[in-house]
Design a protein around this ligand. Structure first.
Ligand SMILES: *Cc1c(COP(=O)(O)O)cnc(C)c1O
Length: 389
């Protein structure tokens, strides 16, 4: 990674520290660069490419769209794929209705707007968020993200946001108030913040506080949801039900798509004109997303993710015997290994060895492989990581 412009990137706004590699194709869980070199992918495009590259169900959905010619029709007309996808996301769950957006941040914006729209009372505008969370770069989403270096250059942000620490029930009880609080937003497993699962107990405290205050509980499952943990929703094992869930990263099968899943109470407070998006949930992205979600939500697919996730956890936890490994956290195919030093050199050496790996903060190695990764590929990548450490 470099701060100076790589050859060829001089006309791109320099907001990304790009690596000097250009991928030209992908197959399964491997990417191929323009020199023909193959890389094993433990990043899935930051949790996006759940089905890896060139998956037949995605290929078929793309080919169908090319035949019908329907890439876009407006949201003033019906759209079967979007309707079926909404059914899939809400069936036998807390949710009853879905709004489709074009990205994670946009889904968060929708959730915050819906929560304020559904809050009864003039003064009930405040959103409570949890420190260490990440919700996106647009103004509303950034306003509920506490990282100073992301926020400060862009202030003033949206007013009416308040932060609490994770796992601090006292502070949560004090901050969530009936007169002021419209909603609480939290990632059940904080991703960018260092792969930190929030305890079921603390999620339960947030649920109780929201019930007492008449506030909406929003779970940001943009990174941890839709199969990443081996469940449809990452919150499921906690037994704590939210009012709103936001999804995005893996949802569009690689295409940009976000979703706000809401329960009956929130949906009943919304009417035509309250919110909208020109592109959100168009026929092409919805068709690809539907094919992707149908594949991921098959019980057998999810149980394979749990199995791979257990294998990943077992091998990563064995690293705890090393003195430089501080902690191993996560669930399913979302794990973090915290080292006692910055992990950037480890990513560098992994890249040199043909393995793409992420970090989450300066000291945490983040593992987000495609959900279709075989046991052999998982072991092959972990062998590389172990040899580097
Ligand atoms: C990536 C991410 C977002 C933002 O999604 P974008 O599509 O980049 O806007 C929000 N919340 C979480 C938990 C994320 O991981």
């Amino acid at each position: 990674m470099t701060a100076t412009a790589l050859p060829g990137t001089q006309h791109l706004v320099p907001v990304y520290a790009r690596r000097d590699v250009c991928f030209v194709s992908g197959e399964g869980c491997e990417l191929v660069d323009d020199t023909g070199r193959r890389f094993l992918d433990f990043t899935a495009g930051i949790g996006v490419n759940a089905l890896g590259y060139g998956h037949p169900v995605i290929r078929a959905a793309i080919e169908d769209a090319a035949v019908t010619g329907l890439l876009h029709v407006s949201n003033l007309y019906r759209n079967r794929s979007a309707e079926e996808l909404a059914e899939l996301l809400t069936a036998r769950s807390f949710g009853s209705h879905v709004f489709f957006a074009n990205s994670g941040a946009e889904a968060v914006e929708g959730a915050l707007k819906f929560a304020r729209r559904a809050a009864v009372g003039e003064s009930k505008r405040e959103i409570v968020a949890v420190r260490g969370g990440f919700h996106g770069r647009t103004y509303g989403a950034l306003s509920v993200t506490d990282r100073p270096d992301y926020r400060r250059p862009f202030e003033p942000l949206v007013p009416g946001m308040r932060f609490i620490d994770r796992e601090d029930p006292e502070r949560a009880r004090a901050a969530i108030e009936v007169e002021r609080t419209a909603a609480v937003i939290v990632e059940p497993i904080q991703g960018e913040g260092g792969v930190r699962p929030i305890s079921s107990e603390f999620l339960g405290v947030l649920r109780d506080c929201c019930d007492a205050a008449g506030a909406a509980l929003i779970f940001d499952e943009i990174q941890c949801g839709l199969g990443r943990t081996g469940e449809r929703y990452a919150f499921e094992p906690s037994g704590v039900e939210p009012d709103i869930v936001v999804l995005a990263k893996p949802l569009g099968g690689g295409l940009p798509m976000g979703a706000v899943v809401v329960n009956e109470r929130i949906a009943s407070m919304l009417s035509p004109g309250d919110h909208g998006s020109t592109f959100g949930g168009g026929p092409f992205v919805s068709a690809v997303a539907l094919a992707c979600a149908r594949t991921i939500l098959e019980p057998e697919f999810l149980s394979t993710v749990r199995e791979r996730g257990n294998a990943l956890a077992t091998r990563l936890r064995s690293l705890l015997a090393r003195p430089d490994v501080v902690d191993v956290r996560g669930r399913g195919l979302m794990h973090g290994v915290e080292l006692d030093r910055p992990v950037a050199p480890v990513l560098e050496r992994a890249f040199d060895a043909g393995l793409l790996l992420l970090q989450a903060g300066s000291h945490v190695l983040r593992f987000l492989p495609p959900l279709v990764m075989s046991a052999e590929d998982l072991d092959r990548g972990l062998d590389i990581v172990e040899s580097i450490l």
